[in-house]
Design a binder for this molecule. Structure first.
Ligand SMILES: *Cc1c(COP(=O)(O)O)cnc(C)c1O
Length: 389
């Protein structure tokens, strides 16, 4: 099985496995970090050292990070928590239709509760217009949430410019950076980000752990989603998962160290793959031609059914335009928002590359992809558009 689904999750780096196993097997670190005995203090110290290291990677302070179970929880806590806490100030919120489900569904919940949401639409390349965004902000707006890198197309939003607009208009700015950490530099001060969500398993760390950054000057509090002990300043109660947190901090450190060369290397591989499959007649690239993170190549092919395409590619771990909404053959809402027809959105494949991808794997993937599309089109009675593009 050749793995080309790094945007769905990444394998755990072996250094991270070592750190986690050592922690799990340790007679020294198993204690509850909230306990005041010596063993508890030891575990507490390890977790706080990890917090310090992770904070440094995004130019934040340690006290500004909350450990969570992943980017889904971070997104929910940021969006629902901030909207609820500020509900008396205003009940208008701004986001985009191409956000991850964790963001989209948080806003849907708020919409049901009586908040008004402005859903920004991207252009045909997946980019959100700064003019549209600024025009959407009213005196009632309390929060804007725009992702850094899209998980289906890899399109990069200009979060620096959006941060500047939000700060000037005194609106909170949340960024889902699950796909961008380790692929693009992230600096919450430079980009004037008030809340930022990260996930460990998108950056060669363990599943089930993430971070929410909350700017300490701009955000006094958010309403917690969970209720219990006072952990994490009362914003996220529950006994801290020491091994998960230490594993994540190691993974994020490695990804950050690799920023200087890994994204560049992966983007060369991605461009190589596009060069190989780009010869298919009527193939279209989904997303912006250049404003894309290094790891994603999303393409649509006309006159081919998505499921048959995935079946032809069954020896590869890949996602199609409908895979993000599991158990549903609905075409991807992200690709639809770029103006793709149902057929083109369904006849799409997301190749996502990573640390362990090789040129030989891409040669195989491209050969199989070209052969599959050719065979399916030969079988299809409906071939008008073949060769026309
Ligand atoms: C994967 C992903 C999430 C969800 O992260 P989990 O840690 O799996 O909860 C949220 N947003 C984006 C953009 C993602 O790619």
């Amino acid at each position: 099985m050749i793995y080309l689904d790094y945007a769905a999750t990444t394998p755990v780096d072996e250094n991270v496995v070592d750190v986690m196993c050592q922690c799990l097997g340790s007679q020294e670190l198993f204690a509850n970090t909230a306990s005041s005995h010596a063993a508890g203090r030891k575990a507490h110290k390890a977790v706080e050292a990890a917090r310090d290291r992770v904070a440094g990677l995004i130019n934040a302070a340690a006290r500004e990070l909350i450990w969570t179970s992943g980017a889904t929880e971070s997104d929910n806590l940021a969006i629902i928590g901030a909207a609820h806490f500020r509900r008396l100030r205003g009940k208008h919120l701004v986001t985009s239709v191409t956000e991850h489900k964790a963001v989209v569904d948080s806003f849907h919940l708020l919409e049901k509760e009586g908040f008004t949401i402005t859903w920004l639409h991207p252009d045909e390349f997946g980019v959100i217009s700064l003019q549209d965004l600024e025009a959407a902000i009213t005196d009632e707006t309390t929060l804007v949430s725009i992702m850094h890198v899209n998980n289906e197309t890899g399109v990069i939003q200009d979060i620096g410019a959006i941060g500047e607009i939000c700060r000037r208009r005194d609106v909170l700015f949340h960024v889902d950076a699950a796909q961008s950490f380790g692929r693009l530099p992230i600096d919450v001060r430079r980009d004037q980000i008030d809340m930022l969500s990260l996930s460990a398993h998108k950056a060669y760390g363990p599943k089930g752990v993430g971070v929410l950054f909350l700017d300490s000057e701009r955000i006094r509090r958010v309403e917690p989603l969970l209720h219990g002990g006072g952990h994490e300043r009362g914003l996220r109660p529950g006994t801290l998962a020491t091994h998960q947190i230490l594993g994540m901090s190691r993974a994020l450190e490695i990804a950050h160290q690799n920023l200087a060369q890994e994204p560049q290397h992966i983007s060369v591989l991605r461009d190589y793959l596009w060069q190989l499959v780009g010869v298919i007649p009527s193939i279209q690239l989904n997303g912006h031609p250049s404003r894309r993170a290094c790891h994603i190549l999303n393409v649509s092919v006309a006159d081919v059914e998505g499921e048959s395409l995935l079946y032809g590619m069954r020896n590869f771990a890949l996602s199609s335009g409908s895979a993000c909404i599991s158990d549903s053959a609905e075409p991807s809402y992200v690709l639809k928002s770029l103006g793709r027809s149902d057929q083109l959105a369904q006849g799409s494949i997301r190749f996502s590359l990573g640390r362990y991808t090789t040129r030989a794997e891409l040669d195989q993937a491209a050969d199989t992809f070209i052969a599959t599309v050719t065979r399916l089109r030969d079988l299809s009675p409906n071939q008008q558009s073949v060769g026309s593009g």
